[in-house]
Design a protein around this ligand. Structure first.
Ligand code: TYD
Length: 243
C-alpha cells in the first residue's frame, strides 16, 4: 500500500523516497520530441555514472503494455472516465513493479509520461476536471510523485505534423490521441502550460521548437540543477552509486 489515512499521502513516506531516488518525468503534446529527448537524457545520465531506470507510460510493465494496446489502438469507443481509469490501472502496476523498487534502490527513474498526463489529457483536455483525477492520483500514486517534470513545449500545429509524419514513416496505425486533431493538441498544450504556471519549481517548460541539440543541452542544465539541489539537501552529494 502506498497510502494510508483515507488516501492522504504519508508525508514521511514521501520524504523517504526523496532521500533515496530521483523521479524525473517527461511530458508534452504528441510530436513534441519528448521520447527522443527522454532517451538522450537517460544516455547522458548513464555516461555520468548514474544508475537510471528508463520507462514509459502507458506501458512499462507486461500488464501496462496490454492496457496501452487497448488505449491507443482500440476502435471501440472509450469514455474519458474509462480512459482515465485504464491509465491509472496501468500506472498502479507500473509503480509497484518498476518505479517504487527503483527509487527504493536509490536509482534515477526517467519515465516518458506519468501522472501530469492524466491531469492534462483526461482532466483538462477531455474535460473530466481535476477533482476526479486528483482522487485517483492520491489513491494510486500517493507519495510517488515526480521530483522534476520536463514539459517539451511546442506549437501544436508543428507537433501534430511531426507526429503524423512519424506515423506514416512507420506505417503504423495513427493512435486515437493523434487522430484528435489540432484543437485537442492545442488544449493539451494549454493544460501543460497551466500546470507549469501552478508549480513552476517542479514542472519546467522546455521550448522545443529548435534544434534537438539545444533542447538536449537545456534539459541537461535543468536536470543538473535538480541533482545539485538534491545533493545539497541530502548533504551527501549525488553519489553515483546511490542516485
Ligand atoms: P504514445 O504513442 O506513447 O505517444 P507519445 O510518444 O506521444 O507519448 O501515446 C501516448 C498517448 O496516451 C498520448 O497521446 C497521451 C495519452 N495519455 C493520456 O491521455 N493519459 C495518460 O495518463 C497517459 C500516460 C497517456
Amino acid at each position: 500500500m502506498l497510502t494510508s489515512n483515507g488516501g492522504k499521502p504519508r508525508q514521511n513516506a514521501k520524504d523517504d523516497l526523496k532521500s533515496r531516488g530521483l523521479f524525473i518525468t517527461f511530458e508534452g503534446i504528441d510530436g513534441s520530441g519528448k521520447t527522443a529527448q527522454c532517451k538522450r537524457l537517460v544516455q547522458y545520465l548513464r555516461r555520468l555514472g548514474y544508475k537510471v531506470r528508463a520507462t514509459r507510460e502507458p506501458g512499462g510493465t507486461a500488464v501496462g503494455e496490454k492496457v496501452r494496446a487497448i488505449l491507443l489502438a482500440s476502435q471501440d469507443h472509450l469514455s474519458p472516465l474509462t480512459e482515465l481509469v485504464l491509465f491509472y490501472a496501468a500506472r498502479a502496476q507500473h509503480i509497484e513493479d518498476v518505479i517504487r523498487p527503483a527509487l527504493d534502490r536509490g536509482e534515477i527513474v526517467v519515465t516518458d509520461r506519468f501522472n501530469d498526463c492524466s491531469f492534462v489529457y483526461q482532466g483538462y483536455a477531455r474535460g473530466l476536471g481535476n477533482r476526479v483525477v486528483r482522487l485517483l492520483d492520491r489513491a494510486i500514486c500517493g507519495p510517488v510523485q515526480p521530483d522534476l517534470t520536463l514539459v517539451l513545449d511546442l506549437d501544436a500545429r508543428v507537433a501534430l505534423d511531426r507526429a503524423l509524419r512519424r506515423e506514416s514513416r512507420r506505417g503504423s496505425m495513427q493512435s486515437r490521441f493523434e487522430a484528435e486533431g489540432l484543437k485537442f493538441q492545442e488544449r493539451v498544450r494549454r493544460g501543460y502550460r497551466a500546470r507549469a504556471r501552478r508549480d513552476p519549481e517542479r514542472v519546467r517548460l522546455i521550448p522545443a521548437d529548435r534544434p534537438p541539440k539545444e533542447v538536449e543541452a537545456e534539459i541537461q542544465r535543468v536536470v543538473g540543477e535538480g541533482l545539485g539541489v538534491r545533493s545539497q539537501k541530502s548533504g551527501a552529494g549525488s553519489k553515483k552509486s546511490e542516485v
